[in-house]
Design a protein around this ligand. Structure first.
Ligand SMILES: Nc1nc2c(ncn2[C@@H]2O[C@H](COP(=O)(O)OP(=O)(O)OP(=O)(O)O)[C@@H](O)[C@H]2O)c(=O)[nH]1
Ligand SMILES: [Mg+2]
Ligand SMILES: [Zn+2]
Length: 305
């Protein structure tokens, strides 16, 4: 029988189910833990110190310092930490079927990655559903993003297109997959980790829902090194919690133009002599990105006039 006076051991938070947290120990065994109040919240990806208790449940006594923390707003627009210690945000979308691809959520996520200080990777999934012309159009629409240095992979879990490239990008990193519900995040993870079926199946049974929609952010280990975190899909990534200067920083191609506008406090929303607007007109920055920026700026003003 383990004594509760045993020295704390280190563990990794695999998932957080509200009051209980699944912690993996150094040998890969899972422990259901409660979080002691003074430890503060423990989220997926956290390194923690925990002790075994006589009840059989563990208790997290300390959350170790994080190298990154990615937060996102929940449905009631409260900012919630999503995961910790990730190096890369993989923004998953599915290819558009006829109209142009809507970059709104992509741009919101890119701002979040920039402000969190982590890399971003764009994954366009379900390429099997689009014809050649649509894919070519999508490629040219996304060219400004690759020009800015955001890598893009085109994937399909049906044809397995792009899987090797995706695997390469994930190797050795801790990445989180995010995007709208139904774009194929969990399906991609299942393909990357072939023996995962049991865990996903067991979870959706427990939630009592027929659909396999992801309800809990969860960490998985990749073969050969690295971790991948699955997260529930969202429609919007509200950025109302950031400031206008932060928003500007989140659009990395704007940075080199900072200080070039006629007015020092230019918000790039139609002022005279705006260097960003000029750059968009002359093709140096993507006009679509400027529209995204302005739409987000508008939403910030609504919250903090
Ligand atoms: N045609 C096609 N269908 C796919 C592809 N990838 C996933 N799907 C299907 O899309 C549906 C949703 O996939 P999920 O993996 O559950 O999507 P998700 O992004 O994890 O969704 P949430 O957990 O709700 O956020 C499933 O029916 C998948 O079979 C693909 O590459 N091509
Ligand atoms: Mg899912
Ligand atoms: Zn300006």
């Amino acid at each position: 029988m383990t004594s509760h006076r045993e020295a704390p051991q280190e563990g990794l938070v695999i998932a957080n189910f509200g009051r209980t947290v699944s912690v993996e120990d150094a040998d890969g065994a899972m422990h259901s833990c409660v979080v002691r109040k003074k430890a503060g919240p423990a989220i997926c990806g956290d390194r923690v110190k925990w002790v075994a208790q006589e009840s059989g449940r563990g208790a997290i006594v300390e959350v170790l310092p994080r190298r990154s923390i990615l937060s996102r707003p929940d449905r009631r627009e409260k900012l919630k930490p999503l995961c910790a210690n990730v190096d890369q945000l993989v923004i998953v979308s599915s290819v558009p079927l006829s109209e142009r691809f809507n970059t709104r959520l992509l741009d919101q996520y890119l701002v979040a990655a920039e402000l969190t200080g982590i890399d971003a990777l764009i994954a366009m999934n379900k390429t099997d559903l689009a014809d050649k012309a649509t894919l070519a159009e999508l490629r040219s629409q996304l060219k400004p993003y690759s020009d800015m240095g955001y890598p893009i992979v085109f994937t399909s879990t049906l044809t397995r297109r792009g899987l090797p490239q995706l695997r390469d990008r994930l190797h050795g990193n801790c990445s989180v997959l995010a995007g709208e519900s139904g774009v194929g995040k969990s399906s991609l993870i299942k393909l990357l980790i072939p023996d995962l079926d049991i865990r996903i199946g067991a979870l959706s049974e427990a939630s009592g829902k027929g659909r396999h929609t992801t309800t809990t952010t969860m960490l998985y280990h990749l073969e050969g090194g690295g971790e991948i975190i699955d997260s529930p899909g969202v429609r919007e990534f509200g950025l109302w919690h950031i400031t206008a200067p932060e928003l500007e920083d989140g659009f990395k191609e704007f940075r080199e133009l900072q200080g070039h506008c006629r007015y020092r406090n230019c918000r790039h929303i139609g002022e005279e002599g705006c260097a960003i607007a000029h750059a968009a007109e002359t093709g140096h920055i993507d006009p679509g990105r400027l529209s995204s920026y302005r739409a987000i700026m508008n939403s910030l003003c609504r919250y903090s006039p």
